[in-house]
Ligand binder design. Sequence first.
Ligand code: ZN
Length: 138
Amino acid sequence: MKHFRRELWFDVPSRRAFINITPEINECLEESGIQNGLLLCNAMHITASVFINDDESGLHHDYEVWLEKLAPHEPVSGYRHNVGEDNADAHMKRQIMGREVVVAITEGCLDLGTWERIFYGEFDGRRRKRVLIKIIGE
Ligand code: ZN
């Protein structure tokens, strides 16, 4: 069995963002030479997500509005976690958007649905953070 590991680094200049990382993941898959197996991609931070959905800007705006209703950033003092920090909302946003995705690899390609794309969800940016990619197979 072959295995491949890579970290992707991000330094998002804003507090929150959604970034399509499908092209970078495809590059990793190509480099791995793995034709059939499984790919795991997970955020390595507790205030960021990796998830699969549509690459459509209206939907990303809707996520932003929905997440802000569920876990508003302000008032910062409304969270017990926010003693010396202000990112309690980011922990909650990450929880609902998920930590990782697993994708089947078939004949050297990500075996995704037609509109499925892989995203990095940043909820507490303005610093360097990373995502792990692990691919196993043959
Ligand atoms: Zn925190």
